[in-house]
Ligand binder design. Sequence first.
Ligand code: NOJ
Ligand code: CA
Length: 547
Amino acid sequence: MTEDLWYKNAIIYSLDLETFMDANGDGIGDFEGLCNRLDYLHTLGINTIWLAPFQSTPNRDNGYDIKDYYSVDPRHGSNGSFVDFMHQAERRGIRVIIDLVVNHTSDKHPWFQSARKDKNSPYRDWYVWSEKKPETWNEGMVFPGVQKSTWTYDKEAGAWYHHRFYEHQPDLNTDNPEVRKEIERIMGYWLQLGVAGFRVDAVPFMIETISTEKKVKPKMHFEYLQDIRRFLQWRTRDAILLGEANVLPKESIKYFGDEGEGIHMMFNFLVNQHTFYALATGDIAPLVKTLEDTRVASPTSQWAQFLRNHDELDLGRLTEKQREKVFERFGPEENMQLYGRGLRRRLNPMLGSRQQVELAYSLMFSLPGTPVIRYGDEIGMGDDLTLNERDAVRTPMHWSGNRQAGFSQAAKLVHPVIDVGPFSYQHVNVSDQRRSEGSLLNWMMRIIQLRKECPEIGTGEWVVLDTKVAGVLALQYTRKEKVLIVLHNFNNKPAEVTLTLKIDDTSQLTNLLDHHETFTNKGRKRTVTLEAYGYRWLRVGSPDDIV
Ligand code: NOJ
Ligand code: CA
């Protein structure tokens, strides 16, 4: 049955229209540009696009500040161009997930404008107000250091409003049944236009009822997630919710629901952080523990595994000591760090070597769950630390070595392209890598293809094998009679691993990426020698079993 669940074996590609491809030469990416690049994405092998918010916005938080949920921001095109895009994507068998950003609106949203003007406005109760200065006014900021408070006094309203994020993002009152109805209407609208689901922004905050008093903890409404799920499934039966909730394992079960009746998928922030710790130190023990701790119970629930996204690399769930080690290795300069907990860097410049990038991606594609790639990481793009906050990792896609990286004809862009150093577009771009056999892009295509050939990663049973070698992670997947073993060596020196397989003495191991490698049989033991940062995808069975 789980084979029917498309999201369990999807390959998700996350992109932001603004910085992907500009077709009309105004310096801002648009739907037409994205349509022109759909063949590229199709060839890359991805089959699901997660599109960052594209609705009308004052754009003070990269579009996560929406002022009209039923629109396309004119900078990107029109509702017509959205439908064109959906059609083009569908023709190529690509599903589209969009952001559902309903924890808050922009303060420019007409609802908030009306709510603040008039106590009797029908929209007043759509937001969260306090007549008195809340005790908790400067607690729980998501962007510490940049954001000063979570409650702000609004002169026009004569009251304080709550905002979990920046001051210009007033929180919607999701306790209000009318707000809930409107959220369903928004979902229904985009579902009707063909989206395959939603990446739900800021889930924990969206389902909380906040208090103004220090001693009263926020109340969480997990049942609301089930309501949304039910609505979604009534409208579009195989659409999904992919939640953004950086929470502890015992909490995540409440989001998924015991029987999988909550949200379908969640980003695995814990595995993400411990992966970076393992990459920085070679110590895989905390990663193994996290994998076990985040094992999903329901067959319909699924983790989304990722390396980088459009935000900072959040390391807030590591211990201080662990975080210090990751900072030391991947972001030693203060300017690389953000909000006291994360790194505003792209993957490639952090890891430095091609072997480590391959190791990280090979791991991500073989972790229990569904892989999510960030645009530009397939060619190894860098970051621009001269930009503000998280914008460092949001520079335009490098399509070619030509002016403005082939992204736009305009002289001034939404964010500048990277044009200095080893990660400049002259060195790192799609056009060159497409035509170079050993490129990262070609490697990425191969590993995506391989992930598709191994659906047991999405739907099979898995165990961590004890390799007895420090720094080598071995995962074994089983589905029906098929067995897959993936090995990752986090050490900067070679490692020899002896696997004792639960198979008969004559069974073979087949390297799925290289037909030259052979393994000698010693009873049920097979020895594999991994290079420094080496990895293997091994099918238990003869070469006949892999085709
Ligand atoms: C999470 C998003 O990933 C982030 O980019 C945004 O700033 C906040 N939610 C607020 O919407
Ligand atoms: Ca444009």
